[in-house]
Design a protein around this ligand. Structure first.
Ligand SMILES: [Zn+2]
Ligand SMILES: [Zn+2]
Length: 109
């Protein structure tokens, strides 16, 4: 079971949804396949792609647990953060607001 949460920027209303378990994957015929829950495939999973956000340019991208990166693939800034950790972070879109947890939004998958 995964818990979803949503962060909203107080400055520009940009919202980003995050799931606490990322995107677990397994390999099949050399290709990455995501295991969606509930599924027995979790036992086959060898890695996890977790969504990250660049706090410099606002680029959203996946970070593979088997090939972690510390820089934004777009602008090379090292201000990248997992989208589940956005609480209190400065918004890269309006450069003014900060992200706060949207307490009125809950999702369970
Ligand atoms: Zn903003
Ligand atoms: Zn960037």
């Amino acid at each position: 079971m995964a818990i979803g949460m949503r962060f909203v920027c107080r400055g520009c209303d940009k919202s980003i949804e995050a799931w606490d378990d990322g995107n677990p994957y397994y390999m099949e015929n050399g290709r990455k396949q995501y295991a969606y829950h509930p599924s027995d495939l979790f036992e086959l999973c060898i890695g996890n792609d977790t969504p990250h956000l660049c706090l410099s340019c606002g680029h959203e991208f996946m970070v593979d647990s088997n090939a972690p990166i510390t820089q934004c693939p777009k602008c090379k800034a090292d201000m990248i953060v997992c989208t589940t950790m956005l609480d209190g972070k400065a918004c890269p879109y309006c450069k003014q607001g900060v992200f706060v947890v949207d307490s009125g939004w809950h999702a369970i998958s």
